[in-house]
Design a protein. Structure first.
Length: 162
Protein backbone atom coordinates (compact mmCIF):
# COMPACT_ATOMS: atom_id res chain seq x y z
CA UNK A 1 0.00 0.00 0.00
CA UNK A 2 2.68 2.31 0.70
CA UNK A 3 4.18 1.79 -2.67
CA UNK A 4 1.06 2.79 -4.55
CA UNK A 5 0.86 6.14 -2.85
CA UNK A 6 4.38 7.00 -3.76
CA UNK A 7 3.92 6.05 -7.40
CA UNK A 8 0.77 8.05 -7.80
CA UNK A 9 2.42 11.02 -6.23
CA UNK A 10 5.06 11.14 -8.96
CA UNK A 11 2.57 10.65 -11.80
CA UNK A 12 0.71 13.90 -11.01
CA UNK A 13 3.82 16.02 -11.26
CA UNK A 14 4.69 17.23 -14.77
CA UNK A 15 7.72 19.13 -15.95
CA UNK A 16 6.81 22.77 -16.64
CA UNK A 17 9.26 24.27 -19.18
CA UNK A 18 8.47 27.24 -21.39
CA UNK A 19 8.34 26.52 -25.10
CA UNK A 20 10.34 29.39 -26.66
CA UNK A 21 10.27 28.12 -30.24
CA UNK A 22 7.11 30.07 -31.32
CA UNK A 23 8.51 33.32 -29.88
CA UNK A 24 11.84 32.77 -31.61
CA UNK A 25 10.05 32.09 -34.91
CA UNK A 26 8.11 35.32 -34.51
CA UNK A 27 11.30 37.36 -33.99
CA UNK A 28 13.02 35.66 -36.92
CA UNK A 29 10.15 36.83 -39.15
CA UNK A 30 9.76 40.33 -37.64
CA UNK A 31 13.41 41.36 -37.53
CA UNK A 32 13.99 41.46 -41.33
CA UNK A 33 10.62 43.11 -41.86
CA UNK A 34 11.45 45.87 -39.37
CA UNK A 35 14.87 46.42 -40.92
CA UNK A 36 13.40 46.65 -44.42
CA UNK A 37 10.68 49.11 -43.46
CA UNK A 38 12.83 51.33 -41.23
CA UNK A 39 13.26 54.91 -42.38
CA UNK A 40 16.89 55.85 -42.46
CA UNK A 41 17.70 59.52 -41.87
CA UNK A 42 19.97 61.40 -44.25
CA UNK A 43 21.59 64.54 -43.02
CA UNK A 44 21.87 67.33 -45.57
CA UNK A 45 23.68 70.63 -45.41
CA UNK A 46 23.29 73.91 -47.23
CA UNK A 47 26.28 76.21 -47.57
CA UNK A 48 25.29 79.59 -46.17
CA UNK A 49 27.34 82.75 -46.54
CA UNK A 50 26.14 85.50 -44.26
CA UNK A 51 26.98 89.12 -45.02
CA UNK A 52 29.32 90.88 -42.59
CA UNK A 53 28.06 93.65 -40.33
CA UNK A 54 29.04 97.26 -41.01
CA UNK A 55 28.79 100.26 -38.71
CA UNK A 56 27.57 103.72 -39.67
CA UNK A 57 24.46 105.53 -40.83
CA UNK A 58 23.17 104.97 -44.36
CA UNK A 59 20.75 107.03 -46.42
CA UNK A 60 18.14 104.51 -47.71
CA UNK A 61 17.15 106.66 -50.71
CA UNK A 62 20.40 106.35 -52.72
CA UNK A 63 23.24 103.97 -51.97
CA UNK A 64 26.77 105.22 -52.40
CA UNK A 65 28.82 103.71 -55.19
CA UNK A 66 31.16 102.00 -52.72
CA UNK A 67 28.34 100.72 -50.57
CA UNK A 68 27.32 97.11 -51.03
CA UNK A 69 23.71 96.51 -52.06
CA UNK A 70 22.11 93.17 -51.25
CA UNK A 71 19.09 92.01 -53.22
CA UNK A 72 16.04 90.07 -52.02
CA UNK A 73 14.15 88.00 -54.59
CA UNK A 74 10.70 87.06 -53.25
CA UNK A 75 8.63 84.70 -55.39
CA UNK A 76 4.91 85.03 -54.77
CA UNK A 77 3.07 82.70 -57.09
CA UNK A 78 3.80 83.95 -60.62
CA UNK A 79 5.62 87.16 -59.59
CA UNK A 80 9.24 87.84 -58.62
CA UNK A 81 9.62 90.96 -56.50
CA UNK A 82 13.16 92.39 -56.28
CA UNK A 83 14.09 94.73 -53.44
CA UNK A 84 17.48 96.26 -52.66
CA UNK A 85 18.91 96.59 -49.15
CA UNK A 86 22.04 98.04 -47.63
CA UNK A 87 23.62 97.60 -44.22
CA UNK A 88 23.18 93.82 -44.23
CA UNK A 89 19.52 93.74 -45.24
CA UNK A 90 18.47 96.31 -42.63
CA UNK A 91 17.99 99.49 -44.72
CA UNK A 92 15.84 99.33 -47.88
CA UNK A 93 17.01 101.15 -51.00
CA UNK A 94 14.03 102.97 -52.53
CA UNK A 95 15.56 103.20 -56.00
CA UNK A 96 15.98 99.41 -56.30
CA UNK A 97 12.52 97.87 -56.51
CA UNK A 98 11.15 95.86 -59.41
CA UNK A 99 8.63 93.17 -60.23
CA UNK A 100 8.85 90.50 -62.94
CA UNK A 101 6.95 87.47 -64.15
CA UNK A 102 8.46 84.28 -62.72
CA UNK A 103 8.81 82.83 -66.23
CA UNK A 104 10.61 85.92 -67.62
CA UNK A 105 14.13 85.04 -66.47
CA UNK A 106 15.74 87.08 -69.26
CA UNK A 107 14.28 90.31 -67.85
CA UNK A 108 15.52 89.41 -64.38
CA UNK A 109 19.02 88.82 -65.74
CA UNK A 110 18.92 92.11 -67.69
CA UNK A 111 17.81 93.99 -64.57
CA UNK A 112 20.72 92.59 -62.54
CA UNK A 113 23.13 93.51 -65.36
CA UNK A 114 21.64 97.02 -65.48
CA UNK A 115 22.20 97.42 -61.73
CA UNK A 116 25.81 96.29 -62.02
CA UNK A 117 26.40 98.68 -64.97
CA UNK A 118 25.15 101.58 -62.84
CA UNK A 119 28.20 101.02 -60.66
CA UNK A 120 26.10 99.49 -57.93
CA UNK A 121 28.26 97.23 -55.78
CA UNK A 122 26.06 94.11 -55.68
CA UNK A 123 26.56 91.75 -52.77
CA UNK A 124 24.53 88.75 -51.75
CA UNK A 125 21.16 87.76 -53.13
CA UNK A 126 18.54 86.31 -50.81
CA UNK A 127 16.03 84.02 -52.55
CA UNK A 128 12.68 83.02 -51.05
CA UNK A 129 9.68 81.34 -52.65
CA UNK A 130 6.30 80.97 -50.99
CA UNK A 131 4.25 77.73 -51.10
CA UNK A 132 2.08 78.93 -54.00
CA UNK A 133 5.11 79.11 -56.31
CA UNK A 134 5.54 76.33 -58.85
CA UNK A 135 8.71 74.31 -58.31
CA UNK A 136 9.77 74.64 -61.96
CA UNK A 137 9.50 78.44 -61.85
CA UNK A 138 11.52 78.63 -58.63
CA UNK A 139 14.28 76.46 -60.13
CA UNK A 140 14.45 78.63 -63.28
CA UNK A 141 14.76 81.87 -61.32
CA UNK A 142 17.29 80.36 -58.91
CA UNK A 143 19.36 79.03 -61.81
CA UNK A 144 19.33 82.50 -63.41
CA UNK A 145 20.55 84.08 -60.17
CA UNK A 146 23.30 81.49 -59.72
CA UNK A 147 24.61 82.05 -63.28
CA UNK A 148 24.81 85.83 -62.92
CA UNK A 149 28.39 86.91 -62.22
CA UNK A 150 27.40 90.31 -60.78
CA UNK A 151 26.02 88.65 -57.63
CA UNK A 152 28.61 87.49 -55.12
CA UNK A 153 26.47 84.72 -53.65
CA UNK A 154 22.90 83.42 -53.65
CA UNK A 155 21.44 82.32 -50.34
CA UNK A 156 18.19 80.39 -49.92
CA UNK A 157 15.84 81.64 -47.21
CA UNK A 158 13.04 79.77 -45.53
CA UNK A 159 11.71 82.79 -43.64
CA UNK A 160 12.44 86.49 -43.99
CA UNK A 161 12.82 88.11 -40.59
CA UNK A 162 11.98 91.80 -40.35
Amino acid sequence: MRRRRQQSKFKNEESTELNLIPIMNLFVCLLPFLLLTAAFVRMGAVRVELPKAQAGEINPAKPKATQQVDLVFMMTGKQVVVTGYTDNFSMPVNSIQASFSSRDTKSISKYIDKLSEQKTNLGSALFKANPQTRFEDAVKVLSTLRKDKALKSVVLATEVVN
